[in-house]
Design a protein around this ligand. Structure first.
Ligand code: CDP
Length: 225
């Protein structure tokens, strides 16, 4: 059986994590939500009052924090020193600061190194911003998920309401625009489409339609789906 390494990138709220989790489940692969790793580091830094501009302090915190991911039915479960922080890393406060933390080149180098170790096993679906460009440039299949900012904000607002963090739609559109802009214009591995990525505009597609499209591409690449 041919095993694939699948990279899924795209802006905030394009549906990467949901789609990556289901594709991984269907294939029996490991799903790695790389955004969750930057979010966990951001939470740790906020809790320990670490200066978010100080990349050396952030890297030291990362080395100390014993960050682990486990597959869960609703996505990766995230642990810092054995403490389950899956819910906290989605808080508006973490979302507000994560782009700054992840923009530092030394932080990225350390996190990417961890991700590349995790991706060594061949059967992986990894989602993020720089997976097809930096973390797994040799992935067998690269997907770039996009959608209009209004639809992305709408999805995020429903997700956050369910998690007990109600935010107005207008505020979310503004915040998502801001984060997209920051992630796309930073110097260290900005969000961009890999040249060999397949672009899927999910504005008018359901989750299962996107999953089916990706599984069809997997078959096209010789994966046994
Ligand atoms: O789920 P959402 O799209 O809101 O974001 P996420 O995937 O949890 O990622 C949160 C933030 O982490 C992004 O806005 C990026 O600033 C950063 N990130 C990154 O720089 N590189 C990655 N591979 C994944 C996330």
């Amino acid at each position: 059986m041919i095993l694939l390494r699948i990279a899924i990138d795209g802006p905030a709220g394009a549906g990467k994590s949901t789609v990556a989790r289901i594709v991984a489940q269907k294939l029996g692969y490991t799903h790695i939500d790389t955004g969750a790793m930057y979010r966990a580091l951001t939470l740790e830094a906020l809790e320990r009052s670490i200066d978010l501009e100080n990349q050396d302090a952030l890297v030291a915190a990362l080395e100390d924090m014993d960050l682990t991911l486990q597959p869960g039915s609703a996505g990766n479960q995230v642990f810092i020193q054995g403490r389950d922080v899956t819910a906290q890393i989605r808080s508006p406060e973490v979302s507000e600061h994560v782009s700054l933390v992840s923009s530092h080149p030394k932080v990225r180098a350390a996190v990417v190194e961890m991700q590349q170790q995790m991706a060594k096993a061949d059967n992986v679906v990894m989602d993020g911003r720089d997976i097809g460009t930096v973390v797994m440039p040799d992935a067998d299949l690269k997907i770039y998920l996009d959608a209009s900012v209004e639809v992305r904000a709408m999805r995020r607002s429903m997700e956050l309401a369910k998690k007990g963090f109600p935010v107005s739609l207008e505020e979310l559109v503004a915040k998502i625009r801001q984060r997209d802009e920051f992630d796309s214009t930073r110097e260290a591995s900005p969000l961009r489409q890999a040249e060999d990525a397949v672009v899927i505009d999910t504005t008018n597609l359901s989750v299962s339609e996107v999953v089916d499209l990706i599984l069809a591409y997997c078959r096209g690449r010789g994966g046994h789906v």
